[in-house]
Design a protein around this ligand. Structure first.
Ligand code: MOS
Length: 744
């Protein structure tokens, strides 16, 4: 009697076919008939000040233009409860588009043109005349560093730095070996394939069916209900597919507000799709400055850690990230001082971008560890392992599990780290210098409250529903695996429904928590469904399972089988016939366990090894080899999991070498707001990437033993590239991206 496991096996994406054949519908694919109006946003040309005069006459005169909304004629139905805050929103006041004449950043919407066609709306937007009264702006983080401050209110979900331990200052003073340096990471913009967009379908009864680019449909629904004062039954948000989001879709953005506002005012369906350049007006990773000081004994034992970071935010919200805590999470030291501050600039509020904060802090700290290793004359991997923590020294808790050392060993072996010559500039091939670098990384393993519903019908077909989203991460697939394995069905008997606010509630999909949380909720629903099925099977006359307990049976190949005597079994079909119901529905849930959280902290860890080749004459850097070794609890699907880590490593390479949002501080705006000038890695930039998962048993983090791995792949990668560039060239680059001018 063999049970066929699905969890832990590589499975193709269940939504893969729909995606590659174009049948998967994204926001802009909904409602393409003539009845839908098209809207286009006009964005502010100044960074801060007010609109003195706005004239829409010429735009309104264009045939096909239905309305032009500005702060002067926007409907009064729209309101903002002063307490409204989205799930992940920072303290402050969220942007209120077209609220009044004031402007807070370059790119803020100043008008919305609604027309019968997209082309008309876009053309007419050019005819809106705006006269601004500009005030002096400040968009330069480095100039504003002296004005940094500790945020008064903390952002929920983000742990501020802990209180200092001992005295890092005096420990540093007396440290026999020390390293102090500053590290800077450029602002970066999210560039998912799918642009932010909203299609609002106004139904005959006035209800709104909204398709919104969002990482969780409930976030959009709650926003619309709160901001427009609509009751819950008036709004449904359906977004089954997301063309990548990476944090840019965690918060509702202005296109949602504007599309709903127009649809309600005009009593029509409205579609609003942002352009690629407008994508640069809604979300970005904050530019972040770091200073790291490390003190050590001659044997490499750390005596002091000081890590301070200053991140940029807007004038209206205190966006916060966890940047500095990781340093002490990874490395043990008696005297520790961690600080995190903000600087307000006249820019849009930054937003979470894949592993918000962690790759910024890791770039600084993991570069600094390498620089310390150089001073100590020890191997940088040996230095890290020597100072590796056994407990979470930031929160003073035990780790639920931490197989970083095992991951590290596997990664080092695969990469061939032991063959690394100590001195920089030791390896060369033709014109290229070759260097090897590594870095550690960590990311939180979190559980969030999720509900799930599982339905099984008499034909053995199962439908799973959770309102969470699949951002391209593989959520559809892993939930199908979990349900199919639990109920003893084949994968093709399971349909997963996601991204619909009519489904059981889930928060936004982010923070790498979806697999553990939504997965555990589905697992829980399946357990309840199994209990009902067993009851039904036991009502069968002369049931062979009459005295069986749930833990004594397994569900395999559409049968309920007594494990100690596999001849005693009841088919699902027979159970249904006996139960007399056409379908069985079960609700499940999952969430954080308070008691576990009191004693334990839970993280995923990684060790990433990188080979960089640097053209000595051109300064061009190629990352020709990367091994990312990850400890992330139980791996549900090695295939989709590998893709997540590969994606993270690719992005880390982009962060290291390419990605940079450049501001023109004179104009107070982003200059390279397109993917011709904002560089992301292309296929030619990416070479071998190897992913290794270390075995890690952890039944404390989540009922499924899953930790989640959407973000860990990016965390240490940029630091590893910088360390490899140093090893190749002897040149230490402390600013990202490492463009040619910095490497030469
Ligand atoms: Mo992720 S930055 O939490 O979408």
């Amino acid at each position: 009697m063999m049970h066929h496991p699905l969890i832990g096996t590589p499975q193709d994406r269940v939504d893969g076919r729909a995606k590659v054949t174009g049948t998967a519908r994204y926001v802009a694919d909904f409602e393409t008939g003539a009845e839908v109006l098209h809207a286009h946003v006009l964005n502010s040309a100044i960074a801060i000040g007010r609109i003195r005069r706005i004239d829409t006459t010429r735009a309104l005169a264009v045939p096909g233009v239905v309305e032009v909304f500005t702060h002067e004629n926007r409907p009064r139905t729209a309101w903002f409860s002063s307490s409204y805050k989205d799930d992940v929103g920072p303290p402050g006041k969220p942007l209120r588009p077209l609220y009044d004449s004031s402007i807070s950043y370059s790119g803020e919407p100043v008008a919305l043109v609604v027309a019968e066609s997209y082309e008309t709306a876009r053309y007419a937007a050019n005819l809106v005349e705006v006269e601004y009264e500009a005030k002096p702006h400040e968009t330069d983080l480095l100039k504003q560093l002296p004005n940094s401050y500790v945020p008064k209110k903390r952002r929920s979900g983000i742990n501020p730095p802990p209180r200092p331990k001992g005295s890092a200052a005096s420990a540093l003073e007396s440290a026999p070996v020390k390293h102090v340096a500053r590290y800077l990471i450029a602002a970066e913009h999210h560039n998912p394939m799918e642009m932010h967009a909203t299609t609002v379908i106004r139904e005959a009864d006035g209800k709104l069916l909204i398709h919104d680019k969002i990482q969780g449909v409930y976030a959009s629904k709650q926003y619309v209900c709160s901001v427009f004062g609509l009751s819950e039954d008036k709004v449904r948000v359906v977004s089954p597919f997301i063309g990548g989001a990476f944090g840019s879709g965690l918060r509702p953005h202005y296109q949602l507000f504007l599309a709903v506002m127009a649809a309600m005012a005009l009593e029509r369906s409205v579609k609003l799709v942002l352009t690629r350049d407008q994508q640069f007006t809604i979300a970005h990773r904050p530019e972040t400055w770091n200073e790291v000081a490390l003190g050590a004994k001659p044997d490499g034992t750390l005596t002091a850690i000081r890590h301070k970071a200053i991140g940029s935010t807007s004038r209206y919200e205190d966006h916060q990230e966890a940047v500095v805590n990781w340093t002490n999470l990874l490395y043990s030291a008696p005297d520790v001082q961690l600080e995190y501050e903000l600087v307000q600039l006249d820019i849009e509020t930054p937003t979470d971008m894949r592993a918000p904060g962690a790759p910024l802090g890791a770039f600084a700290a993991e570069s600094a560890m390498d620089e310390l290793a150089e001073k100590l004359g020890v191997d940088p991997l040996a230095l890290r392992l020597h100072n590796d923590t056994q407990t979470d020294e930031v929160m003073n808790k035990y780790h639920t599990s931490k197989e970083l050392r095992a991951a590290c060993q596997l990664g080092a072996e695969r990469f061939g780290w032991r063959h690394r010559p100590f001195a920089p500039r030791s390896m060369r091939q033709g014109r290229e210098l070759i260097g090897w670098g590594l870095a550690f990384g960590a990311w939180e393993a979190q559980m969030q409250k999720h509900a799930a519903r599982v339905m099984l019908d008499a034909e053995g077909h199962c439908t799973v529903g959770v309102a969470t989203a699949d951002l391209g991460t593989g959520t559809y697939t892993i939930l199908a695996q979990i349900a199919a394995e639990a109920l003893g069905l084949s994968m093709n008997k399971v349909t997963v429904l996601l991204g619909d606010s009519a489904l059981p509630q889930a928060p936004v999909s982010g923070g790498s928590w979806t697999a553990a949380s939504a997965g555990s909720a589905v697992h829980d629903a399946c357990a309840r469904l199994k209990a009902e099925l067993l009851l039904a099977a036991q009502t069968q006359r002369g049931s062979p399972l009459v005295d069986a307990k749930l833990e004594e049976v397994m569900f395999d190949r559409e049968r309920i089988v007594l494990m100690r005597d596999p001849m005693r079994a009841v088919s699902l079909q027979a159970a249904f016939a006996a139960g007399g119901r056409p379908r069985i529905v079960a609700d499940g849930q999952a969430g954080p366990d308070q008691l576990t959280q009191l004693r334990y902290s839970s993280h995923t860890h990684s060790a990433v090894f990188v080979e960089a080749r640097v053209d000595e004459e051109l300064g061009q850097v190629r990352v020709t080899r990367a091994v990312s070794a990850v400890a992330a609890g139980r791996i549900l699907n090695p295939k989709t999991a590998r893709s997540q880590v590969v994606g993270g490593v690719v992005w880390g390479i982009g962060m290291a070498l390419h990605e940079e949002a450049m501001a023109d501080h004179n104009l107070g705006r982003w200059m390279n707001h397109n993917i011709a000038e904002y560089h992301i890695p292309a296929h030619a930039d990416i070479h071998e990437i190897d992913v290794i998962f270390a075995e890690e048993k952890d039944m404390l983090t989540s009922p499924l033993g899953v930790k989640g791995l959407g973000e860990i792949g990016i965390v240490g990668t940029a630091a590893a590239v910088a360390n490899a560039v140093w090893h190749a060239t002897g040149r230490r680059v402390r600013e990202l991206p490492m463009t040619i001018d910095k490497v030469l």
